[in-house]
Design a protein around this ligand. Sequence first.
Ligand code: HEM
Length: 118
Amino acid sequence: MLKLIHVFFILASFSSFIGRVALLQFNAELLQRKLFKIAPHIIDTLLLLSGIALVFQGNWLAGEYGWIISKLIVLVLYIAFAIMTMRSSGNKRWLAFAAAVASFILIFVIAITKQGFI
Ligand code: HEM
């Protein structure tokens, strides 16, 4: 159940990021609305909380937890690249966007294989 909630917020977080990038490109004024400023933070906080809850539910810290640390490191990179995407323009924006999507895919692969790099 908790995993389902986690996966739901993963999809919500990624779609909200893609949606905001599309708005930035095609209708940037809309991004000034309160909803578009607050909702992503709520979704991302719930994603983080559901991940933390899963760590405790599965007692993951008692065993091999290198993959969780790896996931958190790439999560920080994902957030940094996502912020860079929203704040830059031109080629720099698209490079940051590609790096953010690649980081997201990497987090996914680490989660499914449970193979970190630590
Ligand atoms: C962008 C962020 C994240 C993505 C894309 C992501 C992705 C995933 C996916 C796809 C799964 C399911 C894996 C499976 O079915 O085997 C999963 C499970 C899990 N995630 Fe995340 N996750 C993210 C953030 C987090 C965070 C921040 C934490 C912890 C602080 C976390 C901890 C966990 C744990 C403990 C599981 C449970 C594994 C299991 O019981 O099999 N996740 N995550």
